[in-house]
Ligand binder design. Sequence first.
Ligand code: AMP
Length: 306
Amino acid sequence: MALLVVGSIALDSVITPFGETADALGGAAVFFSLAGVVLHPVQVVGVVGSDFPEAHLGSLARRGVDLAGVERRTGESFRWKARYSYDLASRETLETRLGVFAEFRPQLPPQFRDARFVFLGNIDPELQLSVLDQVRKPGLVACDTMNYWIHSKRDVLLELLRHIDILMVNDSEARELSGDWNVYRAAHWILGRGPRMAVIKQGEHGALLVDSTSTFKVPAYPLQEVFDPTGAGDAFAGGFMGYLARTETCSFQNLRRAMVYGSAMGSFAVEAFGVQRLEQATLPEVHGRVRAFRDLVHFDLDGDAP
Ligand code: AMP
């Protein structure tokens, strides 16, 4: 039951109130795979430039990430630079240099075409569709996007929605896509366009799983130290999909557990700069954090409740 991700592999430069990094390992596919691989093997499809440090790829390979779908092309790697506000709640993108990512045309190696769990990271929806075309018999397809594609390729994105099971976006993206400020109505608008489920990420407020008949909420893990929120959403997706691939079932209860694994992975991502904490995370630590979530939200009804 292979798990496949397509998305950016980047050199990130991030400034937070606590420090900064330059050309650190980043990108949506990287955060996803470092989170997912703790739970299940991950296959990555992406592109890097000639300047991408071999050591960065080495750290992914050492964690067991399958890089057979990562192409190295002549030219500059994708670079992204951002600065966070004092409370880490908002960020400003200072620079996006696409480099070889501009010409990215994902090609799945033959052995990746049997993937059952597929995560289409935030790239051009036309490319997301082309990846989906190359997978023989996907069992569960989840997809991310961003405001840029919502505005510039809305029609293709709406076409893509008809072919996926889960749209996984943050609350502002759900609002922009649906044109509705209410996040629950926005989720139902999404369900009306094709996906069976919508996962709405709400940063430090956790995440929602919405299907046609129910809503489930997982909080964010209550961390006392947050250093760098970059990649939390992609790590969440890696934990969510990794858990589903590991357990091979998408039952109602399992999807809810997957949300908790997603939130646990998101919490590892933000605890240190870049991928530093995530790439150290162990399975027992992840299970431990999942148990802590149960304690965080568990309560008993008192005798008066019906
Ligand atoms: P997140 O914090 O979940 O929004 O993800 C941040 C990651 O997305 C960073 O590691 C960036 O390298 C990557 N990223 C930023 N902008 C883009 C973009 N336009 N396309 C693809 N990946 C991006």
